[in-house]
Design a protein. Sequence first.
Length: 153
Amino acid sequence: MKIGKPIEIGELVFLTELNVILSLLWGGTIDEQKRDKLGAQFRDKVLKLVDLLGKPNISDYFPVLAKFDVQGIEKETRVLMPRVEEILDTVIDERRKMMAAVGGESESESESESERGNDFLGILLELKEQHVGEESSFGLTQIKAILMNTFMN
């Protein structure tokens, strides 16, 4: 029982905010069970990243020490980022499969469009597809960067 114990409001608010952002970004992309699993993994990695980025770094005050990574912040970040990228790759792949399946079905144009771009990730992927073959610097790397930036801000 938690009767009489303090409630960690900050953590509760952060997790609620993160869940809302996850739903906005890729809410309809994957089935609920897989979404919960990926969401928990992503939440864990984002919490660690926020913690790392929030640590006071001596290299910010003494740039000459940056190459030594005295506190190990750069090392931890280099280990964590590929894991975050794997999760984003999984979500993007699932969303692309879903968009391909919806695009291949014989539905009315308006239904197909509403199903394809019903979350932020879907909209970004559609923008990327609109510029295929053109000289555009908008690709998967930029989509992942936008998604990460959304979480980190």
